[in-house]
Design a protein around this ligand. Sequence first.
Ligand code: HEC
Ligand code: HEC
Length: 291
Amino acid sequence: MAVEERDPLSGYKTTGHEWNGIKELNTPVPRPVFVFLIAAFLFSVGYWLLMPAWPTGQSYTKGLLGFDQRDQVARDVAAAAAQRAAWSRALEYTPFDVALADPALMTRVRDTAPALFGDNCAMCHGQSGEGGPGFPNLRDGAWLWGGTPDEIAETMRVGVNADHADTRVSQMPAFGRDQMLPQEDVRAVIDYVRSLSSERPVAPSARLVRGAEVFANTCAACHGVTGEGSQAVGAPNLTDGAWLYGGDRDSVHQSVWGGRHGQMPAWEGRLSTAERRLLTLYLLDLGRDQP
Ligand code: HEC
Ligand code: HEC
């Protein structure tokens, strides 16, 4: 039996052992596998010694480095809280105009505010403040209660027709339902109101003249002599074509017939001062993007 025999099929040498005509090939486990196993073993021994590893009933082996992920998390949380405290203090005390001109602060506003807005405001005002029927658009610059930073923050603080002691009160009477105006006058004033924002010239008619009279006597006190609205009482501008409840005949009829009494929750007590100021800056920033 030749010791240096080579298997003609696989090309391996044989070990020289033979059982019933079957010869064993000499294919040892490759050396790198042993090297790797030894390295892994050494690594694990080192790791057990240095790091927390084995449970010992009540406790565990702490490792020579004294590393503890719980400490690390606590340190990270404390660092994040300190950072947040500094930033919400900055929000509370930085005047709005200074904040709006501070790119670093506004970058953080843009990063942080959308989630807060999404959680608290989007169900009424839309995901990006675009509003919808009965819920004002907060980015078009047409403000019911005033668009200065302080006015916006105040609306948010006290709400509208809300349960806050200082709430803003939106109280348009129900001219039709409460029979404050005869049917014909309601119809006439609706035509007149719709003509204020009509894009096409409206043919003059006796009804429009009557509508203008009714408007001057009954509506101008809140909506202004020319229908330009009043932010003191939250009365919308009726001339700008931006409708809160809709400008079609049915919607305007419903507004004048029954009043609307829109309700916006007060956010004092629900959101912190810093959060309300954050949202105010966010809304002002959204408005800046508008053409
Ligand atoms: C339950 C629905 C609702 C939610 C939630 C809500 N709002 Fe309002 N909001 C309204 C309504 C309705 C009005 C209009 C009230 C009126 O008729 O004057 C309004 C008005 C406003 C105004 C005044 C708009 C103007 O033109 O003057 C601001 C600012 C505002 N909301 C901001 C917010 C912010 C910020 C949040 C989240 C913290 C929020 N709202 C959450 C319903 C809501
Ligand atoms: C006491 C003040 C007051 C008077 C008087 C008043 N309004 Fe209003 N009006 C409001 C307020 C406030 C709103 C906003 C309603 C809301 O959001 O609840 C409003 C809303 C409206 C709207 C809805 C506008 C939109 O954008 O959808 C119309 C239309 C309207 N008024 C027409 C009239 C007409 C016509 C009269 C006179 C017959 C009149 N109002 C008298 C305060 C008044």
